[in-house]
Design a protein around this ligand. Structure first.
Ligand code: 5GP
Ligand code: MG
Length: 172
């Protein structure tokens, strides 16, 4: 077990995401966090962007029913609802997640988004890219790249969900 990121380093990664998004252009963006923890990362990115004059919407996507590997998931996914209250048609969406691994969650998230309409553009922001993609999906914005082994477990703890900010590596 090793601590990969402490509270300060997580804050720096969030800042990097917000800075990259700010530098990428102007115009309204819809920041959509993927449950769970992606929503908390998205909220923090929104808080940083709210300090600028970028026009913002915030939403939450629950993709537990869209995964193509439901039968492989250890627990039954808990059904929580998505919260998207802005028009999806023509929107510039930035999907936000805590960890990008195989890419299957993002593939499912793209499916889920289309149930709400046809966005003009969808980008991807991840706090941590741990590698090992199984699909042709790459992030547009990255907080931190971590070198991992395929079977490692990257445990992300965030204040709102877990009571503290830390990223821990559990090696197998
Ligand atoms: P993927 O679908 O890209 O394989 O995995 C991404 C999603 O699964 C993320 O939403 C993330 O919450 C979760 N996930 C996959 N691998 C890890 C990991 O090593 N650590 C954590 N914390 N979450 C992971
Ligand atoms: Mg997640």
């Amino acid at each position: 077990m090793a601590i990969l990121l402490n509270e300060e380093e997580i804050a720096e990664a969030v800042d990097r995401l917000a800075d990259q998004i700010m530098a990428s252009g102007e115009g309204p963006v819809c920041i959509v966090g993927i449950r769970s923890r992606g929503d908390e990362v998205a909220e923090r990115v929104c808080n940083r962007l709210a300090e600028t004059d970028r026009e913002l919407q915030y939403g939450v996507l629950d993709i537990s029913l869209y995964r193509d590997d439901l039968e492989h998931l250890k627990q039954n996914p808990k059904l929580q609802s998505s919260e998207i209250s802005f028009p999806m048609d023509g929107a510039h969406v930035i999907l936000v997640d805590d960890v990008l691994f195989t890419g299957r969650t993002i593939r499912a998230a793209l499916d889920a988004l289309t149930d709400y309409g046809r966005p003009q553009k969808v980008e991807l922001a991840v706090l941590i890219d741990r590698g090992w993609r199984e699909l042709p999906i790459e992030p547009t914005y990255v907080g931190k790249v971590l070198e991992t082994k395929r079977l490692d477990r990257v445990v992300v703890n965030l204040q709102g969900t877990d009571g503290e900010d830390s990223v821990i590596l559990e090696s197998n």
